[in-house]
Write a protein of this length. Structure first.
Lengths: 467, 198
């Protein structure tokens, strides 16, 4: 048999039908749903008199339009409130389990799924959200879909798909202190550009990836889409199985043993072929930070802001000029030391307990700079509970940071948590597009360590000076 | 709805990596319907803080009236999976976007909304970028684009997506017809299913 990649193995076990002239009908094991990209899909079901075919393989949570203020308070934004209420009604009508604002399991869909043990190796997982690739950290084929396709999965538990090209991203070498999984993925995207993985699925390989925890792997897979790839995954190993074991939806008893035996077959065959490949030496990496208006515009913390004069392609040059104008930054100058107004620790990229621990380790015993507003937004209510159990909430609050309820929050500024026009933030989220964190707001993407260090000093900071 | 030929002037937006947050900012995503999203299209590029139009933005120019084809830089539609992006474009009268490449999710969403993503080679793209408001012709059945110079170039499109667009085939209807195959697949499945029943 031809050697196969993990993606090909997962694909082969999910083919429902193949007809000439049509894409493959691919079975979906888990459909995650949130309030923003689903209402029009539910409306479509109603208009056509259809049901959700497998509500037992579907699960919903509230995250995007969700306030991060106390859950005892009413939702103030009437439009956001209506969307959340619609979500409750839709889930009730179609029999879908929902972790709503009162649930102890509520959280960002890509934090909640793994934490509940819903995300398992070898699965096909979809969600109306481009960061669905997060679940690829478990060796699942997980990708974002549009609302039409949300409707297709509701009605048929399937999608029409054509295979993507394979793209091996190999990372070897030991990370230096202060350099994290976030810096790896920002370095990858800076290297290949935000369209570099279009049409591809990334597979992250190499000794560095193997040494990462599940939460670190999630950070990397999460930002696959920022490199243009719809999905990105890491083959499962003992780290994966240890993480899943004992979680609510994980297989139990004999089912667990059978599942692990099955999962062990998933890793790519050693002689599998990839359409594209990239290698990265982790030991050469520094903390990364973005200076521009897309996630590919990233530099090592010690580097200078690129000069458009050194770019030959006319559109690329004008895009860089446009980005620097929006960010109000000077080419050739360092980004390190640039004043900031806000620090945001959160989002499906970096809001898990290890991210909060990392930020707290820098914050502990220090004060947030009086010129900086720092928001710490746990990815889920379970992360929040764990952080409180460890006293992290106190560390953040005593330093002057705001420790909030779970949700997407200032990553995309749909819920009232946002930058003011002209403000600069260091954010642990995934996108620095114009206005992403609030109209006119300016985002520097970085790791939780870099974000926390910058909160203390009030300027973009090399965390290694505070370790 | 069927889509076969489009003849229109082109509006040129010579920017690479136009992301879906620019096509429609997240604050327009709180709607529970598809209606009224056109007003959010390129909102922060089109309008000033006080709601007045920015005269320099391409779609605000007098020539843009009735334009059905947008020409943009590489990697159009990167970023989020929001189908609101093609909805907003279609509601604003755009029926095709021409670029050298499209982000995967955007391309899929566009095709499901009668919005045609047309991928052209670099030289044809260059001609288009240098020909604002010139008329071009798209022939979907023939998969050809007639450039302002009269030169005809072919463009690729997934054959099934093309068939759906040209013949007005309902993709979900096609999938629902395969219910027996889906049921048979589930019946013989021993893999990681029934996760929520544990």
């Amino acid at each position: 048999m031809k050697p196969r990649t993990i993606v090909e193995k997962i694909w082969d076990t999910h083919v429902v039908a193949e007809k000439p002239g049509a894409p493959t009908l691919l079975y979906i094991d888990l459909h995650l749903v949130h309030e923003v990209t689903s209402p029009q899909a539910f409306s479509m079901l109603r208009e056509r008199g259809l049901k959700v075919r497998r509500p037992d393989l579907t699960i919903a949570t509230m995250d995007h339009s969700t306030p991060t203020t106390s859950r005892e308070l009413p939702v103030l934004d009437p439009v956001g409130k209506a969307q959340l209420e619609q979500m409750s009604n839709n889930c009730k009508e179609f029999g879908i389990p929902l972790y709503d604002l009162k649930s102890s399991k509520q959280g960002i869909v890509h934090v909640m799924g793994p934490e509940q043990g819903l995300t398992q190796p070898g699965m096909t997982i979809v969600c109306g959200d481009s960061h669905t690739a997060t679940h690829g950290a478990f060796g699942a084929l997980a990708f974002g879909i549009g609302t039409s396709q949300v409707g297709h999965v509701f009605a048929t538990q399937c999608l029409l798909q054509t295979p993507s090209k394979s793209y091996a991203i190999r990372v070897d070498g030991a990370l230096k202190p202060g350099v994290t999984a976030k810096d790896i993925i920002l370095a990858v995207i800076a290297k290949i550009g935000i369209g570099g993985g279009t049409g591809c699925v990334f597979e992250y390989l190499g000794s560095t990836i193997r040494s990462l925890s599940m939460e670190e792997r999630m950070t990397i897979c999460n930002m696959s889409i920022e490199g243009g790839a719809r999905a990105g995954l890491v083959a499962p190993d003992d780290t994966t199985y240890q993480y899943i074991h004992g979680r609510e939806f994980a297989p139990k008893g004999a089912d667990w043993d059978a599942a692990v035996a099955r999962w062990r077959q998933l890793p790519s065959d050693h002689d599998a072929e990839y359409a594209h490949a990239l290698t990265l030496d982790a030991s050469e990496l520094e903390p990364m930070v973005t200076f521009g208006t897309n996630p590919g515009m990233g530099i090592p913390i010690s580097a200078s802001i690129p000069d458009p004069a050194s770019v030959s392609d006319p559109i690329e040059k004008s895009d860089l000029v446009k980005a620097l104008k929006y960010m109000d930054l000077q080419p050739g100058k360092p980004l390190k030391g640039h004043p900031i107004n806000v620090v945001f620790v959160g989002s499906c990229t970096n809001s898990r307990i290890s991210d909060l621990r990392a930020a707290a380790s820098v914050i502990k015993g220090r004060k947030v700079n009086p010129k900086v507003r720092m928001l710490v937004v746990p990815g889920s209510m379970q992360v929040k509970k764990q952080a409180e159990a460890e006293g992290l909430d106190k560390i953040f609050r005593e330093a002057g940071a705001d420790f909030r309820e779970a949700g997407c929050s200032m990553c995309l500024a749909m819920n009232g948590d946002q930058l003011e026009p002209g403000e600069y933030s260091v954010s642990t989220s995934n996108r620095n597009f114009e206005g992403r964190q609030g109209k006119g707001g300016r985002t520097f993407l970085a790791s939780p360590l870099t974000a926390a260090a910058s909160a203390i000093t009030g300027v973009v900071t090399d965390v290694r000076t505070l370790l | 709805m069927k889509l076969d030929k489009i003849e229109s002037k082109i509006a040129v937006l010579p920017i690479d990596n136009v992301d879906t947050d620019q096509i429609i900012p997240a604050r327009y995503l709180k709607s529970i319907s598809k209606e009224g999203l056109g007003e959010g299209l390129f909102r922060d590029w089109r309008f000033n803080e006080d709601g007045t139009p920015k005269p320099d933005f391409v779609l605000n120019k007098p020539e843009a009236k009735g334009v059905q084809i947008l020409v943009a830089g590489d990697n159009f539609g990167c970023g989020s999976s929001r189908e609101h992006a093609p909805w907003a474009l279609v509601q604003s009268g755009i029926r095709a976007v021409i670029s050298t490449s499209f982000a995967d999710i955007f391309k899929g969403n566009a095709l499901k909304n009668q919005l045609l993503p047309v991928v052209v080679p670099a030289d044809a793209h260059k001609e288009l970028l240098n020909s604002p408001w010139a008329a071009v012709k798209i022939d979907l059945p023939a998969q050809t684009l007639t450039l302002p110079s009269g030169r005809v170039v072919n463009f690729p499109i997934d054959s099934f997506a093309k068939q759906c667009l040209v013949e007005g085939i309902d993709e979900l209807g096609y999938m629902l017809q395969q219910e027996p195959a889906i049921a048979a697949f589930e019946a013989k499945r021993t893999g990681p299913v029934n996760t929520l029943q544990s």
